[in-house]
Design a protein around this ligand. Structure first.
Ligand code: PLP
Length: 437
């Protein structure tokens, strides 16, 4: 690694603080989504002014290298010129039709071509919506009400999924949310991630009642956790044996850990898949899709109702199409792998060098480290991390111009805009911060 001189100044965040103070009187917790409030790392959140490529600028004029990428969509880099230009063009024709639009066909075809399990797709407006709808579809298709999810996996904020969920729920240490009826979550069965025996037991205890299993094929919502060898294959077999459905929630991993998502990477094909984040290119989009016989149950082709005023709108479709076009260029995933490997390997090496027990890894453009000697196979392992060390690490990095997800329980994201120089700057900052922990 090259030697880099970092200028560390105490971060001036006066304007951020003013805006956030005002926001707290206007919106619950001052934010539109909980993790943004920095509660788990302490300190004040940074208020952004603009984003471009691998960088963000706050309202006080500070620049940061960004590893959040608006939680995933910015895989080509923020505000990519091609995406913005096609948006400007389409914008002139109007923002929403509430009627069929040819752009939906283009994005649908791209998604169907890319994702092995998807033969037909329905567009919605968020990952939450996609997961909510897929759950209804699982129940409609099988005529069974129960579902298995894994501890620490996040599938959006629909009632039935707010049981041992990850992401903001993990970050804030909320058990289950008030307002979620017991009668609803009584149909949600949970197992530890990577534990096939627990899944088998649930099927044995609930014969003929389980519609299927939903999971993040690579977890990003309780930190970065990978499936053990044979775990995804095992789930495929167990669900088949029980006439239940296997659903990959690829809202985060879709088009991120491979163009065809985790199912391409691990060669395990689920029955249904949810998508979001990247396929919207930074605009609100979600999607669910899968086997044609199952998707044919969705209204108006079939009886399972699901609808959306803004679903499939031309702006969101355009941002998605452009983003996938950019990702489809040869060499993109090799580039993402190279950059992310440099970062993840570098951080793990620095952990050793500075005597901080950390573990972690990466796949393609997704990475994570735990302040925990590891290995981390599930959410219980993840929770053993040293959260106070993580908070200090997070703050130290922020002060050195590196923006990391403000929680130990979130994965990190790289993009095609991150350069080796960005990574080396990040590692130089990490070396200083870890040495002082
Ligand atoms: C982000 C995410 C969701 C929820 O998507 P929203 O667009 O935030 O509603 C669901 N599942 C996974 C795996 C996610 O990462």
């Amino acid at each position: 690694m090259k030697e880099i001189n970092l200028v560390v100044t105490t971060l001036n965040t006066t304007k951020s603080e003013e805006i956030f103070a005002a926001a707290q009187k206007l919106m619950p917790g001052g934010v539109s989504s909980p993790v943004r409030a920095f509660k788990s790392v302490g300190g004040q959140p940074i208020v952004f002014d603009r984003v471009k490529g691998a960088y963000i600028w706050d309202v006080d004029g500070n620049q940061y290298i960004d590893y959040v990428g608006t939680w995933g969509p910015a895989i080509c880099g923020h505000a990519h010129r091609d995406v913005l230009n096609s948006l400007k063009e389409v914008l002139e024709k109007g923002t929403s039709f509430g009627a069929p639009c040819a752009l939906e066909n283009i994005l649908a075809e791209m998604v169907i071509d890319a994702v092995p399990s998807i033969e037909m797709v329905r567009f919605v407006n968020s990952g939450t919506e996609a997961c909510m709808a897929v759950l209804r579809l699982m129940r409609a298709f099988t005529g069974r009400d129960k579902v298995i999810k894994f501890e620490g996996c996040y599938h959006g904020h629909a009632d039935m999924f707010l049981v041992k969920a990850g992401s903001g729920v993990a970050t804030l240490g909320l058990p289950d949310s008030p307002g979620v009826p017991k009668s609803v979550t009584s149909n949600t069965l949970t197992a530890p991630y990577n534990d096939l025996e627990a899944v088998k037991q649930l099927f044995a205890d609930n014969p003929g009642q389980i519609s299927g299993v939903i999971l993040e094929p690579v977890v990003g919502n309780s930190g970065f956790i990978t499936p053990d060898a044979g775990f995804l294959e095992g789930l495929r077999m167990i669900t088949k044996d029980n006439d239940a459905l296997l659903v990959f929630d690829e809202v985060m991993t879709g088009f991120r850990i491979a163009y065809g998502g985790a199912q391409e990477k691990f060669q395990v094909t689920p029955d249904l898949t949810t998508l979001g984040k990247i396929i919207g290119g930074g605009l609100p989009v979600g999607a669910y899709g899968g086997r044609e016989d199952i998707m044919s149950m969705v209204a108006p082709a079939g009886p399972m109702y699901q609808a959306g005023t803004l679903s499939g709108n031309p702006l969101a479709m355009t941002a998605g199409i452009k983003t996938l076009e950019l990702l489809k260029e040869p060499g993109t995933y090799e580039q993402l792998d190279k950059i992310t490997k440099r970062l993840a390997d570098g951080l793990l090496e620095l952990g050793k060098e500075t005597g901080n027990p950390i573990c972690g890894g990466y796949i393609s453009a997704m990475f994570g480290i735990f302040f925990n000697k590891g290995p981390v196979h599930d959410y219980d392992d993840a929770k053993k991390s040293d959260l106070s060390k993580f908070s200090k690490f997070h703050r130290g990095m922020l002060e050195r111009g590196i923006y990391l997800a403000p929680s130990q329980f979130e994965a990190g994201f790289t993009s095609l805009a991150h350069t080796e120089e960005d990574i080396d700057k990040t590692l130089a900052a990490a070396k200083e911060v870890m040495s002082g922990l």
